[in-house]
Every structure is written in C-alpha cells, then in structure tokens.
Design a protein around this ligand. Structure first.
Ligand SMILES: [Zn+2]
Length: 142
C-alpha cells in the first residue's frame, strides 16, 4: 500500500505531464540539448581542435558539430540546385543570343541585297530619266 506522501508525489508528477510515464517505457530516450547549444545562424565559427568543439565567434554559442556540418551540407545542396538552375538559364540565354546573332546576320544580308537592288533601280531610273530628257530634247528641237 502506498503512503499518502507517495500518492501526492505521483499526483503532482501526473499533473505536470500526464504522458511522462511513456518516456520511462522507451528503450532509447533523446537527451535534451544542453542550454548552451542554441540555434545560431552567424557565419563566423571558431573551431577548437583541443576541445573538439565549434563555437560561434559572434554570440559564443556552442554548436553541435554534426548539426553544423549537416546545415553546411544542406546549404551546399541548395547552392547546387541554384547553380543548376543558373546554368540552365545561361544555356537558354546563349541559345537566344545565338538566334539573335543569326537574325542579325540574315538582316544585314537582306539589307545589303536590298541596297544593291535599290542601286540597280536608281541606275535604271536615271537611265530612263536621261532617255526621257533626250526624247524631250528631240521634240523641243522640232
Ligand atoms: Zn552566433
């Protein structure tokens, strides 16, 4: 039979966390992070070889090395995706630029052909104009 004191302790314990007994049934229990292991996003890190620890140089938070490495790996994965996207965009832009260069070359060739044709037409107009003037001259003398 439990004494009144033991019942009071259990009832207080149950009141604070009704599921606290579940933790006692588990084989593997995750330890709470130490209070100094805060989440820190500062980029300046001090690596201490002797204590085998890493510390934020800005806020002095002690960082968990694996979590820090994992964060770096995830950041590099994001950079990997960004780089792939940027390379795909550069490829698209290069193809667009190549198309524009081809169009420019074709347009220059068309302008050159059109100016030759314009020159031929101008020569023909001048010749016709001269012929007309000669005809007018012949008629004027009569
Ligand atoms: Zn920090």
């Amino acid at each position: 039979m439990a004494s009144d004191n033991e019942n009071n302790v259990v009832s207080i314990w149950e009141r604070s966390d009704p599921n606290a007994d579940i933790n006692e049934m588990k084989n593997f229990v995750e330890a709470e992070p130490p209070p100094e292991a805060r989440h820190c996003t500062h980029p300046s890190i001090l690596v201490n070889e002797y204590h085998r620890s890493i510390t934020c140089r800005h806020c002095h938070a002690i960082l968990e090395p694996f979590e820090y490495l994992l964060r770096l790996a995830k950041k590099e994965t994001r950079i990997d995706w960004d780089l792939r996207a940027l390379r795909a965009e550069v490829k698209r832009r290069r193809e667009g630029l190549d198309n524009l260069k081809r169009e420019e070359t074709n347009t220059r060739a068309r302008i050159k052909t059109a100016s030759f044709r314009l020159n031929d037409i101008t020569v023909a107009i001048n010749a016709a104009s001269d012929s007309l003037l000669q005809l007018k001259g012949c008629h004027g003398k009569r």
